[in-house]
Design a protein around this ligand. Structure first.
Ligand code: HPA
Length: 279
């Protein structure tokens, strides 16, 4: 089952037939909102707005563990994450799509694992794999993130963007900052020297937690603004939301195609991630 996480400016998806809304309780507290179970061309997908409807939660206060746990509890094993980013790489223009293939983590305060050794929490989930084994045995787990994004899902995103003629970039290093403030121009200069292409505040720990639960993960980023100092202007949230609004129709088309075309079985190594990962 596919889960879709909507970012700033994307709180629902019309075109999807809504079957039901479900509240899920987790050992980590409340997810950002109710999960929307929907159908498109006979295929089901589950949608969650990351910040909650009405944009209730800032990036550093999102309950990422609850969000990802809730998805898994509902049977999700693949997540497509949508997010607004600032463009660091000078080749990027506002409105471009970036299908990230790497990340650099500059977050500071986030809870980014389910595996807390003796403190690990379980739940009445349907987990029946290494996740269950590691959680019940209170294991410490170090997952591999050499290539953190699902290669099959990324390829499908690329095919869709190419076919639709959308300006996109198949690679890109996402730098995750803590927020909620934006960056200084000196920080963006540093992040550029380190190899960052785009900057955002939400990929971490979302992708890490998904991988820890054996969930395939891919992200499509919308460049909503040029990052601090790349742009001559001061940055505003108005600009971010305005660009997201302008791209909403394209984003929705990508999502609908993605739901229709995503195979059940993916040709990638994501499901190996927990093998040999526990101590
Ligand atoms: N910085 C951090 N996060 C963002 C930005 C940015 O410039 N634009 C959209 N999300």
């Amino acid at each position: 089952m596919l889960g879709i996480i909507g970012g700033s400016g994307l709180y629902d998806i019309d075109g999807l037939k809504i079957l039901k809304e479900v509240s899920v309780s987790t050992p980590f507290g409340e997810p950002s909102d109710k999960y929307i179970v929907a159908e498109y061309k006979g295929r089901e997908a589950i949608f969650l707005p990351r910040h909650g409807r009405g944009h209730k939660y800032p990036p550093h206060l999102i309950n990422y563990r609850a969000n990802i746990w809730g998805f898994r509890k509902l049977g999700v094993n693949k997540i497509l994450s949508i997010s607004a980013v600032g463009g660091i790489n000078p080749l990027l223009k506002p409105g471009d799509f970036v299908i990230s293939d790497q990340f650099i983590d500059f977050t500071k305060t986030r809870l980014s694992t389910f595996y807390e050794g003796v403190l690990s929490k379980e739940d009445d989930t349907s987990f029946d794999d290494d996740v269950k084994k590691y959680l019940t045995n209170k294991k410490v787990v170090h997952i591999d993130v050499t290539n953190p994004f699902c290669s099959s899902m990324r390829q499908l995103l690329k095919n869709i963007c190419t076919e639709k003629g959308y300006r996109h970039h198949f690679k890109g290093c996402y730098v995750a900052t803590e927020g909620p403030r934006l960056e200084t121009s000196a920080e963006i200069k540093m992040l550029s020297l380190l190899g960052g292409d785009v900057v955002g505040m939400t990929l971490i720990p979302e992708i890490v937690l998904a991988r820890e639960l054996n969930i395939h993960f891919a992200s499509i980023n919308i460049v909503t603004n040029l990052a601090a100092g790349i742009s001559e202007e001061r940055l505003t949230s108005d600009e971010v939301i305005q660009t997201m609004k302008e791209k909403t129709e394209d984003i929705k088309k990508i999502i609908l195609d993605f739901i229709e075309r995503l195979p059940d079985k993916l040709d990638c190594s994501c499901e190996e991630v927990l093998k040999g990962a526990a101590i």
